[in-house]
Design a protein around this ligand. Structure first.
Ligand code: HEM
Ligand SMILES: [Cu+2]
Length: 637
């Protein structure tokens, strides 16, 4: 890189190591205290906060699940009435999907991707801060509404006409629709940040075929988010307009169409499940290497499988509409495409099994969760192939069979890898190790509790028990299994509680973690645990797919970056050759203010269309403050 005339001691190569780290720490620091917390743009602080918040929503959603199981344990139980029950299953589903599963994956990526690609912050750090605030606001909206008995009660996919103006009285459905706007805004923002970070901020030498598999999975996921989320935003905005304005998007009497809702929703909704699953698959591919003690088998196959799944994901949505009365020939195509998705999933499975088979596995907690994932996800995949067939789906549609199926893929396919990932990356996040003993106990309780809870639901479904019913009569043959399921859910809950206890205890008292406790090959382990504010004192230069295995003692580094202001290296898209030094934004309060203004406008607009007019003014002011030029010098090539 060229070196224009700057003060001689501001470049990293010109100063000695201790001064280098202290100068960098000063340049990149988040001031301590409340103000620092509100203005930070550090991806690690925001990522940690995001992960924590998502787990709070998991716990809240779990409480609702427990309530449902309590109610369903006995026939004609009086604990929860039908109206509250409708709110509870809707809240549970919407909360789990929109406030837990998608955000938690994005959150882990916000924390890890910049470290794994060897850069100092995520691209668009202020947008990242904004995205977190807007996410919290959407979550608070949903839960406060629920506390006020205004929680949505139309199911997590809010079908019209039930959610439309004719049947959905009050503001319950509007709360659902606007919560979508909040969470999709935040997800879209992160997707854009991740794509740019992965394309332009990879460490020099990290060519496309040296990108860690979790990062690949987040790249594909981000494109899925960018292409799928607009469909649901259009759908939910149309719903709000129908309800508030009297438009007729979904009103057949005036030329609207109820099936339009289902198409728009599932055009988003099916890719949504891969937005949850692909990051989990990426975590598995990344974690399996240090525990199998060999490189993942079939890197190219794994990457291609991610991409293939991402593309196919957009061609399956009608399998959610097999009983909507579409032409049979059309349905058959979607049966075929739904079954085809088993091919890339199978490729990944074979690669993981081959990695374990040929490796020398160390059975630590993360690997246990990986094995739990493999077994459970295969079962969920098999019932998926079953419901992809129209005659079978016609039979089990809207029964507990489907509830069993999607919990197998969601919990088995995403939550298990995620729990493994928490054990695996915890030392990087906190500087401490999680307890292996508690980890094993929670794993066994969760795996046994999960299967005992959800496997019998297949049978209940085949016996005809519909989903979303608040109770059932004693003369129906469902009682025994329901008691069994509710008791098993206690075991599952105990497992989750133990996991949370482990996290809290280890964060305070856990064994202090070294930089690379698992002898892992990827760059996030090349820095301290937890990493300093600037991530890397010198930007690493990557010469292989497993830099920390192949160049154990001598990871080469790039130099020439300024230390007195935030700078990072921009590299070319494919070859990752250094292109420019770019300034990274400083801390700012404006993202928070913009989020507050946006929140006011969005919530107000549930009640009055004028909110869009008047509410936009504070947003515009906040954006002007955000983008006000501060005289930062031009980036240098
Ligand atoms: C932790 C243990 C969990 C238990 C015991 C549980 C239990 C249940 C039950 C009993 C229902 C059916 C309600 C009904 O049809 O009346 C349900 C629905 C649902 N669950 Fe879970 N669940 C759990 C975790 C999760 C997770 C982690 C996710 C997503 C990542 C999830 C997503 C959903 C969705 C989307 C629905 C459908 C809601 C609707 O019908 O609108 N669940 N859950
Ligand atoms: Cu689907």
């Amino acid at each position: 890189m060229t070196r224009p005339a700057t003060a001689p001691d501001t470049r990293d190569i010109d100063i000695e190591r201790t001064r280098l780290t202290s100068t960098l720490a000063e340049t990149w620091k988040t001031p301590p205290g409340f103000w620092g917390a509100l203005t930070t743009v550090d991806h690690k602080i925001i990522g940690r906060r995001y992960i924590f918040t998502a787990f709070v929503f998991l716990a809240l959603g779990g409480v609702l699940a427990a309530l449902m199981r309590l109610q369903l344990a006995q026939p004609e139980a009086r604990l929860i009435g039908p109206d509250r029950y409708n709110q509870i299953f809707t809240m549970h589903g919407a909360n789990m999907m929109f406030l837990f599963a998608v955000p938690v994956m994005e959150a882990v990526a916000v924390y890890l991707v910049p470290l794994m690609v060897g850069t100092r912050n995520i691209a668009f750090p202020r947008l990242n801060a904004f995205s977190y605030w807007i996410y919290v606001a959407g979550g608070a909206l949903l839960w406060i509404a629920f506390a006020l008995d205004m929680g949505p009660d139309v199911g997590w996919f809010a079908y019209v006409p039930l959610s439309g103006p004719q049947y959905g009285a009050g503001k319950r459905a509007d709360i659902w629709a606007q919560m979508i706007t909040f969470t999709e805004l935040s997800a879209l923002a992160i997707a854009v940040e991740l794509v740019v970070t992965i394309f332009k901020q990879r460490a020099p030498g990290m060519t496309l075929d040296r990108i860690p598999l979790f990062v690949w999975s987040m790249l594909v996921t981000s494109f899925l988010v960018i292409m799928a989320m607009p469909a649901i935003m259009i759908a939910s905005t149309g719903l709000i307009l129908d309800r508030l304005f009297g438009t007729h998007f979904y009103n057949p009497a005036e030329g609207g169409d109820v099936l339009l809702w289902q198409h728009l929703f599932w055009f988003f909704g099916h890719p949504e499940v891969y937005i949850i699953f692909l990051p989990a698959a990426g975590m598995v591919s990344t974690m399996i290497e240090p525990f199998a003690r060999r490189p993942a088998f079939g890197y190219l196959g794994l990457v291609m499988a991610l991409i293939a799944t991402g593309i196919l994901a957009f061609g399956l949505w009608v399998h959610h509409m097999f009983v909507a009365g579409l032409p049979r020939l059309g349905d058959s195509f979607f049966t075929a495409s739904s079954m085809a998705i088993a091919i890339p999933a199978g490729i990944q499975m074979f690669c993981w099994l081959a990695t374990l088979w040929d490796g020398r596995p160390v059975f630590k907690t993360p690997l246990l969760f990986i094995i739990g994932f493999i077994v459970t996800f295969v079962i969920g995949g098999l019932t998926g192939v079953m419901v992809a067939s129209v005659p079978f789906d016609t039979q089990v549609h809207d029964t507990y069979f489907v509830v069993a199926h999607f919990h197998y893929v969601l919990i088995g396919g995403a939550v298990f890898p995620l729990l493994g990932a928490v054990h695996y990356w915890f030392p990087k996040l906190t500087g401490r190790m999680m307890s292996e003993t508690l980890g094993r106990w929670s794993f066994w309780l969760i795996i046994v509790g999960f299967n005992a809870t959800f496997f019998p639901m297949h049978i209940l479904g085949l016996e005809g028990m519909p989903r979303r019913v608040y109770t059932y009569q004693p003369d129906l043959p469902w009682h025994g299994l329901n008691v069994f399921i509710s008791l098993s859910a206690v075991v599952l809950t105990a497992g989750f509680l133990l996991f949370f206890i482990n996290v809290l205890k280890s964060a305070r008292f856990g064994e202090v973690a070294p930089d690379n406790p698992w002898d892992a090959p990827t760059l996030e382990w090349a820095t301290t645990s937890p990493p300093p504010s600037y991530n890397f004192a010198m930007i690493p230069v990557v010469g292989s797919l497993h830099p920390l295995w192949d160049e154990r003692d001598t990871l080469p580094v790039a130099d020439g970056l300024r230390t007195d202001r935030r700078e990072l290296i921009v590299t070319t898209l494919a070859a990752a050759e250094p292109q420019a030094r770019e300034a990274s934004p400083r801390n700012s309060i404006w993202p928070l203010l913009a989020a507050v203004a946006t929140t006011i406008m969005l919530i107000w607009s549930i009640f009055s269309p004028w909110a869009v007019v008047w509410g936009s003014i504070p947003i515009a002011v906040a954006l002007i403050g955000w983008f006000w030029p501060k005289g930062t010098p031009e980036d240098e090539s």
